[in-house]
Design a protein around this ligand. Structure first.
Ligand code: MAN
Length: 354
């Protein structure tokens, strides 16, 4: 395990107001992060999760955005007419449709010196098209030139796909639509062209049992059109036997690309979500599909109380990274409820890579 030189819980659901009356915030987690160049300011784009306040015996509620009006409403399903996968989602038996028990939007949160919340902006990005009607989730931010590129997950009746947006100032945003069709999530851009192509990781999330958990890599001339798709990394070892996916954007080091990725343990019984942890990879600087080395064990596991207990227990889900010389400030979702920051030493991670 790598030493955490600092860690803190930055944000909890109690810090963030609901976007609509009748809803309560139950999570503020899985943030994208970027240094803005404005002193030591760091901007987080936080996934804010809301659920309806009203509960009815014998029913589950699920929120849906009305895309044409930008409003949120609640629908109800009888408990004996649904099958829960876990606390996050269920299937309606009558039509086989999957629904989430919550919805998510994204909000800008500004930090002074990377550690202290200085402001929580208004609702920033809400579902805006039919691919996002159940929510927008898990943004990653990659600065390239003067633009911050934001990949995030759109959830809808069509499934889970990768969406793209961009901004120069975190005040106005341009949406670029779907870049990977369902099922695809955990898409993260590299911060520069490698050779003559941009590169990203993504995670096909197939519904078929014969598809193992894997990360894939894709290439693009312009960040909007992606091809050159190849398999990159399969889950190995107990800690990532369930899922494996990209974390924050890769960082260029003098030994190659450093990438921190997450995995989770395969569940052992219905309704369980296996523990999430994160490990590090070192990739060829000129051909990042080639893995030079990796940490034999996770470098981050759910160790603090706010990572061990929350909406989904034992989850540390790193999604943002800011480098200050040897210090890596890593921003993570904690137990699908809160946002945490921890500081690791780049040199110590590189030394742990075999
Ligand atoms: C999935 C996603 C994430 C979430 C983790 C842990 O990978 O839904 O948003 O944080 O599971 O529940």
């Amino acid at each position: 395990m790598i030493k955490r030189h600092f860690d803190a819980c930055l944000l909890t659901p109690r810090d963030v107001p609901a976007s609509h009356e009748g809803f309560q915030v139950i999570g503020a987690f899985n943030p994208g992060a970027a240094a803005t160049g404005n002193g030591d300011e760091v901007v987080l784009l936080v996934r804010v999760v809301e659920a309806p306040q009203e509960k009815r015996d014998g029913y589950v509620t699920y929120p849906v955005w009305d895309i044409s009006t930008g409003t949120l409403h609640t629908e109800w399903a009888r408990l004996d007419e649904v099958d829960f996968q876990d606390v996050r989602c269920f299937r309606q038996l009558s039509n086989n449709a999957w629904r989430l028990t919550f919805t998510s939007h994204l909000r800008v949160v500004r930090l002074a010196n990377g550690h202290n919340v200085s402001s929580i902006d208004d609702v920033t990005l809400t579902p805006g098209n039919e691919y996002e009607e159940f929510g927008v989730e898990d943004p990653r931010i990659t600065p390239i030139g003067d633009t911050f590129w934001i990949t995030y997950v759109g959830v809808s009746r069509h499934g889970v796909c990768t969406m793209l947006a961009s901004t120069q100032d975190f005040r106005t945003f341009e949406r670029h639509g779907v870049i990977f069709a369902p099922e695809n999530k955990d898409c993260v851009f590299f911060p520069e062209k490698i050779g003559d192509q941009y590169v990203c990781f993504h995670r096909p999330n197939p519904a078929y049992a014969f598809s193992p958990p894997e990360m894939w890599l894709a290439r693009s001339p312009d960040l909007l059109h992606w091809g050159g798709i190849e398999q990159f990394l399969a889950g190995g070892g107990t800690w990532c036997s369930g899922k494996v996916g990209a974390g924050p954007p890769p960082i260029r080091t003098d030994r190659g690309w450093l990438h921190i990725y997450h995995g989770n343990q395969k569940e052992t019984r219905k309704g369980e979500v296996g523990a999430y942890a994160a490990a590090a990879l070192l990739l060829d600087p000129d051909d990042p599909i080639r893995i030079i080395g990796q940490t034999p064990e996770p470098i981050l596991t759910a160790d603090t109380s706010y990572e061990q207990s929350g909406f989904v227990d034992n989850v540390i889900f790193p999604t943002g990274i800011v480098q200050r010389d040897d210090r890596l400030l890593i921003y993570s979702g904690c137990a699908d409820e809160a946002t945490g920051v921890c500081e690791l030493s780049l040199a110590e991670i590189l030394r742990a890579i075999r």
